[in-house]
Design a protein around this ligand. Structure first.
Ligand code: AMP
Ligand code: ZN
Length: 466
Protein backbone atom coordinates (compact mmCIF):
# COMPACT_ATOMS: atom_id res chain seq x y z
CA UNK A 1 0.00 0.00 0.00
CA UNK A 2 1.29 3.50 -0.84
CA UNK A 3 2.60 5.70 1.97
CA UNK A 4 2.34 9.47 2.01
CA UNK A 5 4.05 11.92 4.37
CA UNK A 6 3.73 15.66 4.55
CA UNK A 7 7.18 16.93 3.59
CA UNK A 8 8.21 20.33 5.01
CA UNK A 9 10.67 20.60 2.12
CA UNK A 10 8.04 20.45 -0.64
CA UNK A 11 5.15 21.71 1.53
CA UNK A 12 2.86 18.93 0.37
CA UNK A 13 2.11 15.29 0.97
CA UNK A 14 4.61 13.28 -1.06
CA UNK A 15 4.56 9.61 -1.84
CA UNK A 16 7.22 7.88 0.21
CA UNK A 17 9.69 5.51 -1.39
CA UNK A 18 12.91 4.65 0.42
CA UNK A 19 16.25 5.26 -1.28
CA UNK A 20 17.23 1.62 -0.59
CA UNK A 21 14.38 -0.68 -1.35
CA UNK A 22 14.03 -2.41 2.01
CA UNK A 23 15.71 -0.22 4.63
CA UNK A 24 14.52 3.19 5.72
CA UNK A 25 17.16 5.51 7.15
CA UNK A 26 15.87 8.09 9.62
CA UNK A 27 17.58 10.80 11.64
CA UNK A 28 15.85 12.44 14.59
CA UNK A 29 17.08 15.42 16.54
CA UNK A 30 17.29 14.11 20.06
CA UNK A 31 17.19 15.80 23.44
CA UNK A 32 19.50 18.42 24.85
CA UNK A 33 20.18 16.70 28.15
CA UNK A 34 20.24 19.66 30.49
CA UNK A 35 16.83 19.32 32.14
CA UNK A 36 13.85 16.98 32.50
CA UNK A 37 12.09 16.18 29.26
CA UNK A 38 8.51 17.49 29.40
CA UNK A 39 5.45 15.75 28.01
CA UNK A 40 5.80 18.29 25.16
CA UNK A 41 9.24 16.90 24.29
CA UNK A 42 7.72 13.45 24.55
CA UNK A 43 5.06 14.31 21.98
CA UNK A 44 7.87 14.68 19.44
CA UNK A 45 9.35 11.34 20.54
CA UNK A 46 5.95 9.69 20.18
CA UNK A 47 5.89 10.98 16.60
CA UNK A 48 9.27 9.30 15.96
CA UNK A 49 7.89 6.11 17.46
CA UNK A 50 4.74 6.08 15.31
CA UNK A 51 6.82 6.76 12.21
CA UNK A 52 9.07 3.78 12.94
CA UNK A 53 6.18 1.50 13.78
CA UNK A 54 4.18 2.49 10.70
CA UNK A 55 7.15 1.84 8.43
CA UNK A 56 7.66 -1.54 10.07
CA UNK A 57 3.94 -2.31 9.67
CA UNK A 58 4.57 -1.78 5.97
CA UNK A 59 7.39 -4.30 6.04
CA UNK A 60 10.41 -2.00 6.07
CA UNK A 61 13.56 -2.42 8.09
CA UNK A 62 14.64 0.68 9.97
CA UNK A 63 18.00 2.27 10.58
CA UNK A 64 17.28 5.16 12.87
CA UNK A 65 19.84 7.48 14.43
CA UNK A 66 19.16 9.94 17.22
CA UNK A 67 21.66 12.31 18.76
CA UNK A 68 22.07 13.30 22.36
CA UNK A 69 23.07 16.95 22.54
CA UNK A 70 25.47 17.22 25.43
CA UNK A 71 27.36 20.28 24.18
CA UNK A 72 26.88 23.29 21.91
CA UNK A 73 23.16 24.08 22.22
CA UNK A 74 23.12 27.71 23.27
CA UNK A 75 20.26 29.25 25.19
CA UNK A 76 18.97 31.19 22.15
CA UNK A 77 18.93 28.25 19.67
CA UNK A 78 21.18 30.52 17.59
CA UNK A 79 24.68 31.76 18.34
CA UNK A 80 23.90 33.72 21.46
CA UNK A 81 23.85 33.06 25.17
CA UNK A 82 25.35 30.44 27.40
CA UNK A 83 25.55 26.73 26.54
CA UNK A 84 22.41 25.11 28.02
CA UNK A 85 24.52 22.33 29.55
CA UNK A 86 26.82 24.78 31.30
CA UNK A 87 23.97 26.92 32.56
CA UNK A 88 22.32 23.87 34.09
CA UNK A 89 25.64 22.64 35.57
CA UNK A 90 26.17 26.02 37.19
CA UNK A 91 22.61 26.16 38.57
CA UNK A 92 22.66 22.59 39.89
CA UNK A 93 26.28 22.82 41.05
CA UNK A 94 27.29 19.72 39.15
CA UNK A 95 29.72 19.02 36.32
CA UNK A 96 28.36 19.10 32.74
CA UNK A 97 29.06 15.34 32.52
CA UNK A 98 26.99 14.65 35.63
CA UNK A 99 24.17 16.77 34.23
CA UNK A 100 24.32 14.95 30.89
CA UNK A 101 24.35 11.48 32.48
CA UNK A 102 21.53 12.28 34.85
CA UNK A 103 19.14 13.73 32.29
CA UNK A 104 20.03 11.17 29.62
CA UNK A 105 19.04 8.43 32.05
CA UNK A 106 15.74 10.16 32.86
CA UNK A 107 15.05 10.63 29.16
CA UNK A 108 15.46 6.91 28.47
CA UNK A 109 13.26 6.09 31.48
CA UNK A 110 10.53 8.19 29.87
CA UNK A 111 10.95 6.40 26.53
CA UNK A 112 10.59 3.08 28.34
CA UNK A 113 7.50 4.23 30.24
CA UNK A 114 5.92 5.32 26.98
CA UNK A 115 6.93 2.12 25.18
CA UNK A 116 8.83 4.20 22.62
CA UNK A 117 11.28 2.15 20.58
CA UNK A 118 14.92 3.10 21.03
CA UNK A 119 16.60 4.06 17.75
CA UNK A 120 19.19 1.61 16.43
CA UNK A 121 21.87 4.30 16.81
CA UNK A 122 22.05 6.73 19.72
CA UNK A 123 25.01 9.09 19.37
CA UNK A 124 26.40 11.73 21.70
CA UNK A 125 27.79 15.00 20.39
CA UNK A 126 30.78 14.92 22.76
CA UNK A 127 31.85 11.56 21.33
CA UNK A 128 32.07 12.96 17.79
CA UNK A 129 34.31 15.99 18.22
CA UNK A 130 36.94 14.68 15.79
CA UNK A 131 34.41 14.05 13.04
CA UNK A 132 32.79 17.43 13.58
CA UNK A 133 36.15 19.17 13.28
CA UNK A 134 36.83 17.32 10.03
CA UNK A 135 33.42 18.42 8.73
CA UNK A 136 34.17 22.08 9.52
CA UNK A 137 37.64 21.86 7.96
CA UNK A 138 36.08 20.47 4.78
CA UNK A 139 33.60 23.38 4.69
CA UNK A 140 36.49 25.83 4.93
CA UNK A 141 38.33 24.00 2.13
CA UNK A 142 35.23 24.18 -0.06
CA UNK A 143 34.93 27.92 0.60
CA UNK A 144 31.71 27.74 2.62
CA UNK A 145 33.20 28.73 5.97
CA UNK A 146 35.47 31.46 7.33
CA UNK A 147 37.18 32.33 10.55
CA UNK A 148 36.64 35.45 12.67
CA UNK A 149 38.23 36.32 15.98
CA UNK A 150 35.43 34.52 17.85
CA UNK A 151 34.26 31.61 15.70
CA UNK A 152 34.18 29.75 12.41
CA UNK A 153 31.07 30.77 10.50
CA UNK A 154 29.11 29.28 7.64
CA UNK A 155 28.81 31.77 4.77
CA UNK A 156 25.21 31.51 3.59
CA UNK A 157 25.85 33.75 0.56
CA UNK A 158 27.83 30.89 -1.01
CA UNK A 159 24.67 28.82 -1.38
CA UNK A 160 22.40 28.96 -4.42
CA UNK A 161 19.42 29.26 -2.10
CA UNK A 162 18.97 30.00 1.61
CA UNK A 163 16.55 29.49 3.27
CA UNK A 164 14.90 26.59 1.49
CA UNK A 165 12.97 24.85 4.27
CA UNK A 166 11.43 27.78 6.09
CA UNK A 167 10.21 31.30 5.48
CA UNK A 168 13.11 32.95 7.29
CA UNK A 169 12.97 36.64 6.47
CA UNK A 170 16.59 37.49 5.70
CA UNK A 171 15.84 41.14 4.86
CA UNK A 172 14.26 41.73 8.26
CA UNK A 173 17.03 39.85 9.91
CA UNK A 174 19.46 42.27 8.26
CA UNK A 175 17.52 45.33 9.37
CA UNK A 176 17.19 44.06 12.90
CA UNK A 177 20.70 42.60 13.13
CA UNK A 178 21.85 42.84 16.69
CA UNK A 179 24.85 44.96 17.50
CA UNK A 180 26.26 42.56 20.05
CA UNK A 181 26.77 39.77 17.54
CA UNK A 182 30.11 39.26 15.84
CA UNK A 183 30.66 42.31 13.61
CA UNK A 184 33.11 40.28 11.54
CA UNK A 185 30.28 38.16 10.18
CA UNK A 186 29.86 38.49 6.42
CA UNK A 187 26.06 38.07 6.46
CA UNK A 188 23.71 38.50 9.44
CA UNK A 189 22.32 34.99 8.93
CA UNK A 190 25.75 33.33 8.90
CA UNK A 191 25.86 30.89 11.78
CA UNK A 192 28.62 29.49 13.96
CA UNK A 193 30.05 26.08 13.10
CA UNK A 194 32.74 26.16 15.73
CA UNK A 195 33.22 28.59 18.59
CA UNK A 196 36.44 29.76 20.20
CA UNK A 197 36.27 29.23 23.94
CA UNK A 198 36.70 32.06 26.41
CA UNK A 199 39.33 31.24 29.07
CA UNK A 200 36.88 30.09 31.77
CA UNK A 201 34.68 28.03 29.42
CA UNK A 202 34.19 24.52 30.85
CA UNK A 203 33.57 22.34 27.79
CA UNK A 204 36.26 22.87 25.18
CA UNK A 205 38.55 20.87 22.95
CA UNK A 206 41.90 21.59 21.32
CA UNK A 207 41.74 22.41 17.64
CA UNK A 208 43.69 24.39 15.07
CA UNK A 209 41.73 27.40 16.39
CA UNK A 210 42.82 26.83 19.97
CA UNK A 211 40.50 25.66 22.76
CA UNK A 212 37.04 25.67 21.23
CA UNK A 213 33.73 23.85 21.00
CA UNK A 214 31.13 22.91 18.38
CA UNK A 215 28.06 24.84 17.34
CA UNK A 216 24.75 23.00 17.70
CA UNK A 217 23.88 22.40 14.03
CA UNK A 218 27.16 20.77 13.09
CA UNK A 219 26.59 17.78 15.37
CA UNK A 220 23.47 16.62 13.53
CA UNK A 221 25.04 17.06 10.09
CA UNK A 222 28.14 15.17 11.16
CA UNK A 223 26.42 12.28 12.91
CA UNK A 224 23.69 12.02 10.28
CA UNK A 225 26.31 11.66 7.55
CA UNK A 226 28.47 9.31 9.60
CA UNK A 227 25.71 6.84 10.43
CA UNK A 228 23.24 7.24 7.57
CA UNK A 229 25.27 8.54 4.63
CA UNK A 230 25.24 11.78 2.64
CA UNK A 231 21.55 11.44 1.91
CA UNK A 232 19.03 9.44 3.86
CA UNK A 233 15.26 9.04 3.78
CA UNK A 234 13.67 10.99 6.61
CA UNK A 235 14.69 13.69 9.05
CA UNK A 236 12.37 14.42 11.98
CA UNK A 237 12.10 16.99 14.73
CA UNK A 238 9.84 19.44 16.50
CA UNK A 239 8.35 22.27 14.41
CA UNK A 240 10.52 24.84 16.20
CA UNK A 241 13.63 23.33 14.59
CA UNK A 242 12.59 24.25 11.04
CA UNK A 243 13.80 27.85 10.71
CA UNK A 244 17.20 27.61 12.37
CA UNK A 245 18.50 24.17 13.17
CA UNK A 246 17.21 22.26 10.17
CA UNK A 247 17.75 25.11 7.75
CA UNK A 248 21.36 25.22 8.86
CA UNK A 249 21.80 21.46 8.71
CA UNK A 250 20.73 21.63 5.08
CA UNK A 251 23.14 24.51 4.42
CA UNK A 252 26.04 22.55 5.94
CA UNK A 253 25.27 19.42 4.00
CA UNK A 254 24.94 21.33 0.72
CA UNK A 255 28.29 22.94 1.39
CA UNK A 256 29.94 19.68 2.27
CA UNK A 257 28.56 17.34 -0.41
CA UNK A 258 26.08 19.33 -2.48
CA UNK A 259 23.10 17.37 -1.18
CA UNK A 260 20.09 18.05 1.01
CA UNK A 261 20.69 15.43 3.73
CA UNK A 262 17.18 13.98 3.80
CA UNK A 263 14.48 13.51 1.18
CA UNK A 264 11.63 13.89 3.67
CA UNK A 265 11.46 16.39 6.53
CA UNK A 266 8.75 15.56 9.05
CA UNK A 267 7.95 17.99 11.87
CA UNK A 268 5.71 17.58 14.88
CA UNK A 269 3.54 20.40 16.22
CA UNK A 270 3.56 21.60 19.79
CA UNK A 271 1.71 20.36 22.82
CA UNK A 272 -0.16 23.15 24.60
CA UNK A 273 -1.23 23.14 28.23
CA UNK A 274 -4.74 24.39 28.87
CA UNK A 275 -4.57 26.20 25.53
CA UNK A 276 -1.27 28.00 26.22
CA UNK A 277 2.46 27.46 26.36
CA UNK A 278 4.15 25.29 28.92
CA UNK A 279 6.40 27.40 31.06
CA UNK A 280 8.27 27.14 34.31
CA UNK A 281 6.83 30.44 35.55
CA UNK A 282 3.27 29.18 35.07
CA UNK A 283 4.27 25.95 36.86
CA UNK A 284 2.64 23.93 34.12
CA UNK A 285 5.59 21.99 32.77
CA UNK A 286 4.39 18.42 33.23
CA UNK A 287 6.56 15.35 33.02
CA UNK A 288 5.75 11.70 32.37
CA UNK A 289 6.54 11.26 36.06
CA UNK A 290 3.65 13.61 36.97
CA UNK A 291 1.24 11.46 34.98
CA UNK A 292 2.44 8.36 36.82
CA UNK A 293 2.27 10.08 40.19
CA UNK A 294 -1.41 10.81 39.60
CA UNK A 295 -1.95 7.07 39.29
CA UNK A 296 -2.20 6.76 35.52
CA UNK A 297 -0.47 4.21 33.34
CA UNK A 298 1.95 6.46 31.36
CA UNK A 299 0.71 4.85 28.13
CA UNK A 300 -2.48 6.82 28.71
CA UNK A 301 -0.51 9.86 27.53
CA UNK A 302 0.47 8.05 24.36
CA UNK A 303 -3.14 7.14 23.64
CA UNK A 304 -4.15 10.71 24.47
CA UNK A 305 -1.71 12.01 21.86
CA UNK A 306 -3.41 9.92 19.16
CA UNK A 307 -6.51 12.08 19.50
CA UNK A 308 -4.78 14.75 17.41
CA UNK A 309 -2.85 14.67 14.13
CA UNK A 310 0.85 15.28 14.69
CA UNK A 311 0.76 18.40 12.48
CA UNK A 312 -1.86 20.07 14.70
CA UNK A 313 -1.41 21.59 18.10
CA UNK A 314 -2.62 19.28 20.86
CA UNK A 315 -4.13 20.73 24.00
CA UNK A 316 -3.23 18.87 27.19
CA UNK A 317 -5.74 18.80 30.04
CA UNK A 318 -6.08 16.41 32.97
CA UNK A 319 -9.70 15.81 31.90
CA UNK A 320 -8.31 14.64 28.56
CA UNK A 321 -5.94 12.29 30.35
CA UNK A 322 -8.75 10.94 32.47
CA UNK A 323 -10.86 10.23 29.40
CA UNK A 324 -7.88 8.56 27.68
CA UNK A 325 -7.35 6.41 30.76
CA UNK A 326 -10.91 5.12 30.53
CA UNK A 327 -10.42 4.49 26.82
CA UNK A 328 -7.27 2.50 27.44
CA UNK A 329 -9.12 0.37 29.98
CA UNK A 330 -11.92 -0.21 27.49
CA UNK A 331 -9.50 -1.25 24.77
CA UNK A 332 -7.73 -3.66 27.09
CA UNK A 333 -11.01 -5.08 28.35
CA UNK A 334 -12.15 -5.58 24.79
CA UNK A 335 -8.92 -7.39 23.97
CA UNK A 336 -9.40 -9.74 26.94
CA UNK A 337 -13.04 -10.47 26.21
CA UNK A 338 -12.23 -11.18 22.58
CA UNK A 339 -9.31 -13.37 23.50
CA UNK A 340 -11.66 -15.65 25.39
CA UNK A 341 -14.65 -15.08 23.15
CA UNK A 342 -16.19 -18.01 21.36
CA UNK A 343 -18.74 -16.38 19.09
CA UNK A 344 -18.65 -17.93 15.66
CA UNK A 345 -17.56 -15.52 12.92
CA UNK A 346 -19.50 -15.65 9.67
CA UNK A 347 -17.87 -14.98 6.30
CA UNK A 348 -19.49 -11.58 6.43
CA UNK A 349 -17.89 -10.88 9.83
CA UNK A 350 -14.48 -11.83 8.49
CA UNK A 351 -14.95 -9.49 5.54
CA UNK A 352 -15.91 -6.70 7.92
CA UNK A 353 -12.76 -7.28 9.99
CA UNK A 354 -10.62 -7.29 6.85
CA UNK A 355 -12.17 -4.00 5.84
CA UNK A 356 -11.41 -2.51 9.27
CA UNK A 357 -7.80 -3.66 8.92
CA UNK A 358 -7.52 -2.10 5.47
CA UNK A 359 -9.02 1.18 6.64
CA UNK A 360 -6.61 1.30 9.57
CA UNK A 361 -3.69 0.63 7.23
CA UNK A 362 -4.82 3.38 4.83
CA UNK A 363 -5.15 5.86 7.70
CA UNK A 364 -1.67 5.27 9.12
CA UNK A 365 -0.18 5.39 5.61
CA UNK A 366 -1.87 8.72 4.96
CA UNK A 367 0.61 10.94 6.79
CA UNK A 368 0.27 9.01 10.06
CA UNK A 369 -3.37 9.93 10.55
CA UNK A 370 -3.75 8.52 14.06
CA UNK A 371 -7.12 10.10 14.93
CA UNK A 372 -8.62 8.38 11.89
CA UNK A 373 -6.74 5.14 12.58
CA UNK A 374 -8.13 5.16 16.13
CA UNK A 375 -11.69 5.24 14.80
CA UNK A 376 -11.01 1.86 13.14
CA UNK A 377 -9.36 0.53 16.28
CA UNK A 378 -12.61 1.33 18.08
CA UNK A 379 -14.64 -0.33 15.35
CA UNK A 380 -12.70 -3.51 16.02
CA UNK A 381 -12.90 -3.13 19.81
CA UNK A 382 -16.67 -2.73 19.60
CA UNK A 383 -17.13 -5.54 17.11
CA UNK A 384 -20.43 -7.24 17.81
CA UNK A 385 -18.96 -10.74 18.05
CA UNK A 386 -16.35 -11.73 20.58
CA UNK A 387 -13.71 -13.88 18.97
CA UNK A 388 -9.95 -14.37 19.23
CA UNK A 389 -9.61 -13.12 15.63
CA UNK A 390 -10.71 -9.70 16.86
CA UNK A 391 -8.12 -9.89 19.66
CA UNK A 392 -5.50 -10.77 17.03
CA UNK A 393 -6.49 -7.73 15.00
CA UNK A 394 -6.24 -5.47 18.06
CA UNK A 395 -2.80 -6.92 18.80
CA UNK A 396 -1.77 -6.22 15.20
CA UNK A 397 -2.94 -2.61 15.55
CA UNK A 398 -0.95 -2.40 18.77
CA UNK A 399 2.28 -2.98 16.86
CA UNK A 400 1.66 0.60 15.68
CA UNK A 401 -0.06 2.03 18.76
CA UNK A 402 2.40 0.62 21.28
CA UNK A 403 -0.06 0.90 24.17
CA UNK A 404 0.13 -2.70 25.41
CA UNK A 405 -3.41 -3.58 24.54
CA UNK A 406 -2.82 -7.11 25.86
CA UNK A 407 -2.16 -5.89 29.39
CA UNK A 408 -4.94 -6.33 31.93
CA UNK A 409 -6.75 -3.05 32.41
CA UNK A 410 -6.49 -1.24 35.71
CA UNK A 411 -10.26 -1.45 35.99
CA UNK A 412 -10.68 -5.10 35.04
CA UNK A 413 -11.04 -6.25 38.62
CA UNK A 414 -12.38 -3.28 40.44
CA UNK A 415 -14.86 -1.97 37.88
CA UNK A 416 -18.28 -1.42 39.28
CA UNK A 417 -20.98 -2.89 37.11
CA UNK A 418 -24.25 -0.90 37.19
CA UNK A 419 -27.22 -2.61 38.89
CA UNK A 420 -29.21 -2.41 35.65
CA UNK A 421 -26.60 -4.59 33.92
CA UNK A 422 -26.43 -7.00 36.86
CA UNK A 423 -30.22 -7.44 36.65
CA UNK A 424 -30.01 -8.25 32.94
CA UNK A 425 -27.21 -10.72 33.59
CA UNK A 426 -29.34 -12.39 36.25
CA UNK A 427 -32.29 -12.62 33.84
CA UNK A 428 -29.95 -14.14 31.26
CA UNK A 429 -28.80 -16.72 33.78
CA UNK A 430 -32.40 -17.71 34.42
CA UNK A 431 -33.04 -17.97 30.67
CA UNK A 432 -30.02 -20.23 30.28
CA UNK A 433 -31.04 -22.38 33.24
CA UNK A 434 -34.36 -22.80 31.43
CA UNK A 435 -32.49 -23.57 28.20
CA UNK A 436 -34.22 -20.58 26.58
CA UNK A 437 -31.31 -19.87 24.24
CA UNK A 438 -33.14 -17.31 22.13
CA UNK A 439 -33.95 -15.23 25.20
CA UNK A 440 -30.40 -15.66 26.51
CA UNK A 441 -28.92 -14.36 23.20
CA UNK A 442 -31.36 -11.48 23.11
CA UNK A 443 -30.32 -10.44 26.62
CA UNK A 444 -26.64 -10.74 25.78
CA UNK A 445 -27.15 -8.43 22.76
CA UNK A 446 -28.97 -5.94 24.95
CA UNK A 447 -26.13 -6.00 27.50
CA UNK A 448 -23.64 -5.52 24.69
CA UNK A 449 -25.59 -2.53 23.32
CA UNK A 450 -25.32 -1.01 26.78
CA UNK A 451 -21.53 -1.27 26.58
CA UNK A 452 -20.90 -4.48 28.54
CA UNK A 453 -19.76 -7.89 27.59
CA UNK A 454 -20.89 -11.05 29.28
CA UNK A 455 -18.87 -14.22 28.96
CA UNK A 456 -19.67 -17.75 30.09
CA UNK A 457 -16.69 -19.36 31.73
CA UNK A 458 -16.21 -22.48 33.82
CA UNK A 459 -16.25 -20.29 36.91
CA UNK A 460 -19.56 -18.73 35.89
CA UNK A 461 -20.42 -15.52 34.07
CA UNK A 462 -17.91 -12.72 33.69
CA UNK A 463 -18.97 -9.17 32.97
CA UNK A 464 -16.68 -6.49 31.64
CA UNK A 465 -16.95 -3.11 30.01
CA UNK A 466 -16.29 -2.97 26.27
P1 AMP B 1 13.59 22.00 24.84
O1 AMP B 1 14.43 21.03 25.62
O2 AMP B 1 12.49 22.61 25.63
O3 AMP B 1 14.43 22.97 24.06
O4 AMP B 1 12.85 21.11 23.76
C1 AMP B 1 13.52 20.22 22.96
C2 AMP B 1 12.68 19.93 21.75
O5 AMP B 1 11.47 19.28 22.16
C3 AMP B 1 12.24 21.20 21.04
O6 AMP B 1 13.18 21.59 20.10
C4 AMP B 1 10.95 20.79 20.42
O7 AMP B 1 11.22 20.22 19.16
C5 AMP B 1 10.41 19.76 21.37
N1 AMP B 1 9.42 20.41 22.25
C6 AMP B 1 9.63 21.26 23.28
N2 AMP B 1 8.47 21.66 23.83
C7 AMP B 1 7.50 21.07 23.12
C8 AMP B 1 6.06 21.08 23.17
N3 AMP B 1 5.40 21.79 24.08
N4 AMP B 1 5.40 20.33 22.28
C9 AMP B 1 6.05 19.58 21.35
N5 AMP B 1 7.39 19.55 21.24
C10 AMP B 1 8.11 20.26 22.10
ZN1 ZN C 1 19.49 18.16 15.23
Amino acid sequence: MEIYFYNTLTKQKDRFEPIDSNEVRIYSCGPTVYKDASIGNMRTNILNDILRRVLKYNGYKIKHAMNITDVGHLVSDGDEGEDKMLKSAREEQKSPIEIAEHYTQLFFNDLKDLNIEIPEIVCKATEHIKEMLEYVEKLIEEGYAYETSTAIYFDISKLDKYPILSNLDLENQKAGARVDVDTEKRNPADFALWIKAKPNHLMKWDSQWGPSYPGWHIECSTMGQKYLGEQFDIHTGGIDLVPTHHENEIAQSKGRCGKIPAKFWIHGEYLLINGGKMSKSLKNVFLVRDIKERGYDPLVYKLFSYSCHYRNKLNFTWEGIDAASKSLDRLRNSYQSNLNGNDILSRDDIEKLNQIEENFHKAINDDLNMPLAMSYVWEAARFEKKNSEVAKLLAKFDTVLGIEVDKLSSSSEKEEIPQEILDLVEQRKIARDNKDWAKSDELRDLISEMGYCVKDTKQGMEISKV
